[in-house]
Each structure stands twice: as C-alpha cells, then as structure tokens.
Design a protein around this ligand. Sequence first.
Ligand code: AR6
Length: 175
Amino acid sequence: MHNHIKIKTGDITKEQVCAIVNAANSSLLGGGGVDGAIHRAGGRTIFEACKEIRATQYPDGLPTGKAVATTAGVMDASYVIHTVGPIFGSCGSECKTLLASCYSNSLKTALELGCKDIAFPAISTGIYGYPKEAAARIAYQSVKEFLDEGHDITVYFVFHNDLDKSIFEESIQGL
Ligand code: AR6
C-alpha cells in the first residue's frame, strides 16, 4: 500500500481533512447518497456556491469527470470538491477514463487549494451503478499514479460500511 493512501470506514461528512470529495451530478444542485449527506451536513452555503458556479462557469452543468471546489460550510473540512462520476451503462468504453478523471481532477483541484489531505467516497458505485470491484481498481490506480508523480498529499478512501471497505481492499490486491 502506498504510504500516502489510507482506507477507512466512516461518514465522509465528518472527516477532518482539507477537502472532501462529493459524488455529485452535473446539475451541482444536490441529490441523494453522499451528495445529499454533504449538503445536509454542510448547510446552505454549499448550495449557494454551487448555484454560483453553475451561473458563472457551467451553465449547462459540470461535465462528467470534471471537478470544482466550494466551501464546506459548517463541516470540519475546508472545501468540498464536487465531481461527477460516470453513470455505468451510459458511457461505453469511456467509463474507465471518466471515472479515473474524477480522481485525478479532484486531486489537482485539491493541490491548487493548497490541501495536504483529501477524502474520497466511492464515486459512481451507489446510484450510478458502477461495479464496486472495477471502480476500486480504477480509483486506486488513478490516485497511485498521481502520488507517484511526487505530489505531497494524503488520500483517504472513506467507505460507508465495512463490507464496501473490504471489497475495495480485496479488489486492489496486487496493484
Ligand atoms: N460517507 C461516505 N460514503 C457515503 C456516504 C457518506 N456519508 N453516503 C453514501 N456513501 P452515491 P454515485 C457512499 O450514490 O453512485 C446522487 O444523487 C455510498 O454507499 O452517493 O456517484 C448524486 O446527486 C456509495 O458507496 O454516488 C448523483 O445524482 C458511494 O458513497 C448520484 O447520486 C457513492 O454513492 C451519484 O451517484
């Protein structure tokens, strides 16, 4: 295991890191899953910041694979980095690249913000239906490649339950 990668179970909204990543949708205006949890925990300022980003930068919505940052509102983190994962089944051979881009673009955004740590949920593996094992390998490889470039940032993979955490750990064996 890369020494800048940590794997844990928990509620990502409670992570005490510089940036937490939101598995958003392209509207950036909220939803269910981890997106709903982040907006509920962080409060209205996140929604207002997302609306502003839509109005000024992405009137047609944030494209899949891209990332943008907002305040984290009243959560312990300083920032929420919103990224849009691919909807499995609607991206064909591009799914893997798009999911990898979510991780690399979120990491780039975190560095631009001066973050030394970041927490990711398992992007696309809930409502968006990405198989957990494949998503785990893509997530891990993408983060590892980024860290291997020499960037100084600690990356937490935060799973909602122990089963998802162990699926991840088993899926990345040997990578
Ligand atoms: N902390 C950590 N992980 C969580 C939490 C939490 N508090 N809550 C859920 N998860 P999903 P997606 C896990 O569905 O598949 C939303 O409506 C969850 O168990 O949140 O990318 C958006 O607005 C799963 O493993 O994201 C989009 O419309 C993982 O987070 C759509 O869902 C991701 O599941 C995005 O779907």
